[in-house]
Design a protein around this ligand. Structure first.
Ligand code: AMP
Length: 307
């Protein structure tokens, strides 16, 4: 089963109430690929980096079966750089710096060997580049999932609306769902957004879990209550990687299977936040993932006798 992942590979500087790091590996496609590689063998990456992106990180990704043929290396420019500061609740953050650098003239090219892929994960990136990748695929993938953020709603809303018409699943957080729809109620927001194109909508609510909407159905996946959240950066992308990785592995894109997939996404995200950057994602094994999934089952399992 094949999966293309598209997005940024970056450096991040992060401040949380509990610590600060100046320059660590980040980027939407980095997190997506690390998470998805736990479920499927060949993750076909499309991204761009500058001269400063570490070769050992590229090697680490290759070791996990992530194919880097679609990752362009620009010899005379810096990699994308993002910096953010988290509020005390760790659920909200302010973007301090977004330096596009190599992204400024990124023109993603889908390698010939990626054609015919069945799953496409469009990680957070300029909407017009997400659209360009869809348009280059000669056969439409079975499932197209798109992640985006308020930054693109602010500066490229028309492009975002154009790409929304072409996708199956949209992932946003609660604030972004409200911004995109103009509705305060998330149920109303979901209806408005699904009218813009996607048949499925996932609204992420940080430590309060995620909602999956489809037609008149809604399903809720909790986030695992953790004693310590170290760094939430990349949790959304990791969620996305777990979600689509699981769907690609099971080859089933029904609403029923998506319910399990958002639990898997939540489980993967719960690892991501335990350390700065994608470090924790590199340590975990299948046994760790299985154990965490059973914690989720315990979390939501209950008996009730309706009288
Ligand atoms: P998340 O916490 O899941 O929203 O993802 C954070 C990651 O997204 C960081 O590692 C950043 O490098 C990356 N990122 C931040 N802003 C953008 C943006 N405007 N476009 C693409 N990637 C971004």
């Amino acid at each position: 089963m094949s999966l293309i992942t598209v997005g940024t590979m970056a450096f991040d500087a992060i401040e949380t109430p509990f610590g600060k790091v100046e320059k660590i590996i980040g980027g939407s496609a980095t997190y997506v690929a690390y998470a998805a590689s736990n479920f499927i063998n060949k993750v076909q990456q499309i991204s761009i980096v500058g001269y400063d992106f570490p070769e050992d990180e590229m090697q680490e990704m290759k070791k996990r079966g992530i194919i880097m043929e679609g990752v362009e290396v620009v010899p005379d420019k810096k990699s994308f750089f993002w910096s953010g500061r988290y509020h005390l609740d760790m659920n909200t953050r302010d973007t301090l710096i977004t330096d596009l650098n190599v992204l400024e003239d990124f023109n993603p090219i889908v390698p010939e060997s990626y054609q015919g892929t069945e799953f496409l994960m469009l990680g957070n990136l300029m909407p017009k580049l997400q659209l360009s990748v869809i348009n280059q695929l000669r056969v439409r993938p079975k499932l197209i999932v798109l992640d985006t953020m308020n930054f693109w709603m602010d500066i490229a809303l028309d492009d975002l609306k154009a790409v929304l018409k072409k996708i199956d699943v949209l992932l946003v957080n609660d604030g972004e769902a409200r911004q995109l729809s103009g509705e305060v109620s998330l149920v109303k927001a979901a209806k408005v957004i699904m009218n813009m194109g996607p048949r499925f909508l996932i609204i992420k609510k940080g430590e309060h879990g995620a909602l999956l909407f489809h037609e008149n159905h809604v399903f809720f996946a909790p986030a695992l209550p953790l004693e310590e959240v170290f760094d939430p950066t990349g949790a959304g992308d990791t969620f996305a990687g777990g979600f689509i990785g699981y769907l690609a592995k099971t080859k089933d894109i029904s609403f029923e299977n998506m319910k399990t997939a958002i639990i898997v996404g939540s489980a993967m995200a719960s690892f991501c936040v335990e350390k700065f950057g994608p470090d924790r994602l590199k340590e975990i094994s299948k046994a760790d993932i299985d154990e965490r999934l059973s914690e989720f089952v315990q979390l939501v399992n209950f008996d009730i006798d309706l009288v």
